[in-house]
Design a protein around this ligand. Structure first.
Ligand code: SF4
Length: 412
């Protein structure tokens, strides 16, 4: 037991740099078994209904044969190594679940010996968890690039979500920091997973009881700030992954300096968390607000303004499109207004069917207008109180932000 706890310490710690561990609450039926995937969610974060949920997040092994410069588990790094057996992974998951510590599993791995060897062990662990212990809870598993397609398929019928980490947004960056990884080898399993998902949907449309393949879809992760790649390059890469492989999520992971190399930022550099946050906001705009990557950034302006979110930055650059008349705008136009979200846009469209919308009535409907008022009119009337000028609006919003921070300090 002591040995397992030692391994757990090493392999849970080694897994903490992987951020692509979200659940979308898929509906795997319980059928009298233990666990329930619909109760699972994002590791150490909150589900859409506001609950904090937990996944056991571990590596199968940190004993890697690869030498990715940015990674703590690279072969040339002097760290304590450990590997779980499939039986140990299965027993730990079930034990933790029974003790109510976790609701699901996030299983990743370094590449031990070779991709097939590692993927085979991952499959065995999942088979034990599902078939021997009858666990129906949420499982997110990594597909190891280079592993045989049959192994990836085997895992996909046991997991709720799979991910293959693209790691870096360009071929050049991979060449510098992860020379053993090739773009084609990383993209191939994504393609295979996508094909299997499509095939499985077709099969299940005819035979409802056939097993589900990766019902929660696939995800990937990109490291931010380990290379000079711009936000524009990163966003273009993630848009292409969404379009080509039906990704459910592209996760961004601010680079935590864990290694020194002439090709990496200094070991004392702070992880670029604000940049990561802006990329997540932009990702949200791509997925739900119908923005395209090259609307948000350009080659000439390749990085996000850290002071303003990507949507308002877009509005500042396209100020000629504003003000937008709330009582006439289409749903798509409403979504472009800073401060108007999906729910508000729907409410506006629905309310307009029965009555004209005034500034006050929109406020009463729950829309926060502190940003939107600078970009809208209501029956032709503008409530911003200043000229529609990006510099003036920026100045006011900055001032408000400072006041907000001061009031937080006063409260503290
Ligand atoms: S293959 Fe994965 S675990 Fe191994 S060094 Fe590269 S990033 Fe790290």
């Amino acid at each position: 037991m002591k040995e397992i706890l030692e391994k757990l310490k090493i392999l849970a710690d080694a897994a903490k740099y992987d951020v692509s561990c979200a659940s979308n609450g898929v509906g795997r039926k319980n059928k009298g078994k233990i666990g329930n995937s619909s109760a699972s969610g994002i590791c150490h974060t909150w589900t859409s209904d506001g609950r904090c949920v937990s996944l056991l997040k571990i590596l199968m092994t940190n004993d890697c044969v690869y030498d990715c410069k940015y990674c703590i588990n690279r072969i040339t790094n002097n760290v304590q190594r450990a590997s779980f057996t499939p039986e140990e992974i299965a027993a730990l998951t079930i034990e933790f679940y029974r003790r109510n510590y976790i609701e699901g599993l996030f299983l990743s791995s370094a590449v031990e010996k070779n991709p097939d060897y590692t993927m085979e062990r991952i499959c065995k662990a999942l088979e034990l968890i599902r078939n021997k212990y009858g666990f129906s809870g949420y499982i997110h598993v990594k597909a190891i690039p280079g592993a045989d397609n049959l192994l990836i398929k085997r895992a996909g019928f046991l997991a709720d979500r799979m991910s293959v980490n693209i790691e870096l947004p360009t071929r050049e960056s991979l060449k510098i920091l992860a020379p053993q990884k090739k773009v084609e080898k990383l993209l191939l399993p994504m393609k295979q997973i996508d094909n299997c998902i499509v095939e499985n949907k077709e099969v299940r449309s005819k035979f409802k009881s056939s097993p589900k393949f990766v019902p929660g879809g696939q995800a990937t992760q990109m490291i931010i700030g380990a290379t000079p790649d711009s936000d524009y390059t990163i966003l273009q890469a993630s848009q292409s992954l969404y379009n080509r492989y039906n990704m459910k999520r592209v996760y961004f992971s601010a680079y935590v300096p864990v290694a020194s190399s002439p090709n990496l930022p200094s070991i004392n550099t702070m992880p670029p968390l604000k940049r990561e946050h802006r990329l997540y906001q932009a990702d949200w705009l791509l997925r739900f607000y119908k923005f395209k990557a090259d609307e948000l950034l350009t080659i000439e302006q390749p990085n996000f303004d850290l002071d303003f979110d990507p949507k308002i930055s877009w509005a500042f650059r396209n100020i000629d499109k504003f003000p937008i008349e709330i009582n006439k705008a289409s749903y798509e136009e409403l979504l472009r207004i800073p401060g108007v979200g999906i729910k508000s846009a729907y409410r506006i469209i629905n309310q307009r069917k029965v009555a004209n919308i005034s500034y006050d009535s929109l406020k009463k409907m729950g829309t926060v207008l502190k940003r939107a008022k600078y970009f809208t009119t209501f029956n032709g009337k503008y409530y911003g109180g200043i000229q529609i000028d990006p510099d003036k609006i920026k100045g006011i919003l900055r001032q408000k932000e400072i006041q907000k921070q001061l009031s937080i300090f006063e409260l503290a």
